[in-house]
Design a protein around this ligand. Structure first.
Ligand SMILES: Nc1ncnc2c1ncn2[C@@H]1O[C@H](COP(=O)(O)OP(=O)(O)OP(=O)(O)O)[C@@H](O)[C@H]1O
Ligand SMILES: [Mg+2]
Length: 397
């Protein structure tokens, strides 16, 4: 099968964290970025993650990304804005995509007098091939990125929220609507919750919002189930030779109901269940639904839940999931993702580290890999592009 190339050819950052101006000419190949702590390796990966829908690989606030620099040693100044732009290949086709922070002003009618008020707010704008695009989710049609960060070393240990977001990002890659659905769900759910808390919602409004939340919720649950089934099937038929096979499960009320009931029936149940739980909001009790679903991972051969696996095993399980996802995207969708692997070799033993690099090489894609230890990457010395980062400057090594 011919694998068409997708990834970044040229990346430009402006006032993005510790970069005033940065331009990188990249190849569709492994890209190794090394440099000491605090030099700016992760920032490059974060910038690329902003070329996909969502809040980037650090879930950062948009304003904290503006470049802060000190003047005359004592004062600090933040830039007005920041931007990331790229010339990319999507299945061999060239496109230009970019995103930036933009200040906007919105007019409000003052509640107290006739005068109009202007409020300034900031938002992320998106451009694709020179056109301003209102739906951020559109970016997903041009670039798909899968990331592993050091924060994810604890993915299997804490509460379900980060696991759920991780899963939802995997779903976006196959179903762009899922990004819109989860964003809409969260927005409506927050509104519903706030109105109940403030005691100002009327019955008709509540009923209509509950119906919308239920419809979105069931669609979200169904899309998650599809992804989990897809990856489980893939892993059963194409087990990995080095990394442990995983078994994935969804632990959620609505997802489980879809085993037995029709989507329509569950939607009715979800809607009625929300209405029944209105009082829970006031009592600060939790509300059942897809906002509480957990994504469970097991070390298949040992039948061991990931949270009980060793640190290195957990890292290996995470690698297994993203390798399976990557291969599924290539085979089922014909759209190769870019991998953003921040310090991915930490906790892996030498054999697993070399195996991972070999697998990345064989996948024939663009993988941005950061590390403080350049000597780990000699197995890729003929294939990869090497950069070193020093204090906001990037050098070709
Ligand atoms: N808004 C900002 N403006 C300027 N500098 C910033 C901003 N946000 C973060 N930084 C700085 O950018 C530098 C590089 O951060 P980054 O996380 O990319 O480092 P790194 O090379 O990945 O380091 P490590 O090896 O420790 O992971 C840090 O010193 C950080 O304080
Ligand atoms: Mg880092």
């Amino acid at each position: 099968m011919i694998q068409l190339k997708s990834g970044i050819k040229r990346l430009t950052l402006t006032d993005f964290r510790n970069y005033k101006n940065l331009r990188i000419e990249a190849e569709i190949a492994p890209i190794i970025i090394t440099g000491e702590n605090g030099s700016g390796k992760t920032n490059i990966l974060e910038a690329i993650s902003f070329l996909t829908p969502g809040r980037g690989l650090r879930s950062a606030k948009l304003s904290e990304i503006k470049r802060i620099h000190s003047i005359e040693d004592t004062n600090i100044l933040a830039s007005d804005s920041w931007s990331v732009a790229a010339e990319i290949l999507k299945n061999d086709e060239e496109h230009f995509i970019g995103t930036a922070l933009q200040k906007m002003a919105r007019e409000y009618e003052s509640e107290t007098d006739e005068a109009e008020e202007w409020r300034i707010y900031e938002r992320r704008i998106v451009k694709i091939d020179g056109q301003k695009i209102s739906q951020q989710a559109e970016l997903g049609k041009y670039l798909s990125a899968i990331w592993v960060t050091p924060q994810m070393d604890r993915l299997f240990l804490g509460g379900p929220q980060p696991r759920r977001s991780f899963l939802d990002r995997l779903v976006y890659a196959f179903d762009l609507e899922h990004a819109k659905r989860t964003a809409n769900f969260e927005h409506l759910y927050r509104q519903w919750f706030q109105m109940l808390k403030n005691g100002i919602a009327d019955r008709h409004w509540l009923e209509s919002v509950e119906a919308d939340i239920a419809a979105l919720g069931v669609a979200i649950a169904a899309a998650r189930r599809e992804l989990v089934a897809r990856l489980n099937t893939f892993i059963t038929y194409e087990p990995d030779d080095i990394f442990p096979d995983v078994r994935l499960e969804l632990d959620g009320l609505i997802e489980k109901m879809l085993d037995r009931e029709s989507a329509l029936k569950i939607e009715d149940f979800y809607r009625e269940n929300l209405a029944r739980q209105r009082r829970n909001v006031l009592n600060n009790e939790s509300i059942d639904g897809v906002n509480r679903t957990d994504f469970k991972v097991f070390f298949k051969k040992k039948n061991m839940p990931a949270e009980l696996c060793s640190t290195g095993e957990q890292k290996a399980l995470l690698v297994s999931i993203i390798l399976a996802q990557t291969k599924c995207q290539i085979l089922d969708k014909g759209f190769t993702p870019v991998l953003l692997l921040d310090e991915v070799t930490t906790h892996l033993d030498d054999a697993k580290r070399d195996a991972l690099l070999e697998k990345i090489r064989a996948l024939n894609l663009q993988a941005w890999i950061t590390s403080t230890e350049p000597q780990n990457f000699t197995p890729l010395k003929n294939e990869a592009q090497f950069f070193t980062v020093n204090n906001g400057n990037v050098f070709s090594a």
